[in-house]
Write a protein that binds this ligand. Structure first.
Ligand code: FES
Ligand code: FES
Length: 161
């Protein structure tokens, strides 16, 4: 039976006909919408490469059944920049070399956006590392990632050292 899924994705309302109720949000984004910025790493909730925001909260899209989020507002990495202007977290990842191959980077960035909004880690590097621990990086670019998150936190919250 075909079911209709309504989502707002990066500010645009979409209505999709789904034949399979088991399809994940990750597969909807990548294969139905063509938003391939969100990566499929493990496809089992272990790497964080597929992190997106659902109604502002970070989630592993590979574990989310799309239909269970009918009506939700989804933000992917493609929704962060304003035209040519990068989001402060994106700019900080570039400034601090927070990536090597880049495969984990969209998930890292989405997780960092949510972590900063959560306000739990602030400028405490250890808490940033803990808050980002669900996002694995095979290239081990962790030092740059942590610096980028701290830098973006300063920019977005007007906090000094
Ligand atoms: Fe979703 Fe790895 S692809 S957590
Ligand atoms: Fe290569 Fe993180 S930059 S996996």
């Amino acid at each position: 039976m075909t079911q209709t899924l309504n989502l707002t994705i990066n500010g645009t309302a979409r209505a999709l006909a789904l034949d399979d109720p088991r399809v994940t949000l990750l597969d909807v984004l990548r294969e139905r919408i063509g938003l391939t910025g969100t990566k499929k790493g493990c496809d089992r909730g272990q790497c964080g490469a597929c992190t997106v925001l659902i109604d502002g909260r970070r989630i592993n899209a590979c574990l989310a059944l799309a239909l269970s989020h009918d009506g939700a507002s989804i933000t992917t990495v493609e929704g962060l920049a304003q035209g040519e202007d990068l989001h402060p977290v994106q700019a900080a990842f570039i400034r601090h070399d927070g990536f090597q191959c880049g495969y984990c980077t969209p998930g890292q960035i989405m997780s960092a956006v949510a972590l900063i909004a959560e306000g739990e880690a602030g400028l405490d590097a250890e808490r940033v590392r803990e808050g980002m621990s669900g996002n694995l990086c095979r290239c081990a670019a962790y030092a740059g990632i942590t610096e980028a998150v701290l830098d973006a936190t300063r920019t977005m919250t007007n906090q000094g050292d």
